[in-house]
Design a protein around this ligand. Sequence first.
Ligand SMILES: CC(C)(COP(=O)(O)OP(=O)(O)OC[C@H]1O[C@@H](n2cnc3c(N)ncnc32)[C@H](O)[C@@H]1OP(=O)(O)O)[C@@H](O)C(=O)NCCC(=O)NCCS
Length: 194
Amino acid sequence: MQVVRLSLPLRAVSRFVADAARLAEAASLPAMPEAAIEPMTVADVAGVLRIEASSPESSGWDEAQLRGELDRTWAHLWVIRRRGHVQAFLAAWLVADELHVLNVATDPGHRRKGHAHALLLHALAFAAGRGVRLVLLEVRRGNAGAIALYRRIGFVAMGLRARYYSNDEDALEMVLRLDPDTGKVLPGQDEVRV
Ligand SMILES: CC(C)(COP(=O)(O)OP(=O)(O)OC[C@H]1O[C@@H](n2cnc3c(N)ncnc32)[C@H](O)[C@@H]1OP(=O)(O)O)[C@@H](O)C(=O)NCCC(=O)NCCS
């Protein structure tokens, strides 16, 4: 794994993103004392798998898949850690000028506290710093909570993949465009009905 040496308090991440991508709502992150966004390591595998096991809407990675991602040079994985415990994680691939968000999940006991939002802003700041133009992801069409989260960040619906998931649920393809020179989020419009 290509380690991104970032270990910032969430408020600092929020300020950086506000500068890099001018996401106006970044300033609204709640205070999470002692919590930090850090690169995921093999020591986090058990904690991440616990979150995966309690999040049926997520990618359903097993240990081998997760360890595989940690080994890929183009994969970037972060956790929110507080007092040694993983509370949330995000995994993405940086491929040319695109960032593909593969997986994001928060421990059910820590949801609606801004964790996934903070991780996504962190990933956007990372992407903005590397000239990324497109941030892409797929989400279950029925996953209203995740879709609301992505919309709040600025993602729009780009397309549908019919029966993409093993239970035949459709995938909604979402995209966020960044200005590669300024890191600003560019406004977009849905191309399919959500
Ligand atoms: C979707 C998920 C990652 C959100 O994580 P989270 O840390 O609770 O999200 P946040 O607290 O950062 O939410 C930020 C905003 O997103 C929106 N949002 C998040 N979860 C939501 C939900 N269940 N219903 C409606 N809106 C939601 C809200 O606008 C929220 O702001 P608010 O709490 O001030 O209203 C979490 O519910 C989860 O792990 N789900 C299972 C895995 C999953 O679905 N992953 C996405 C795969 S594509």
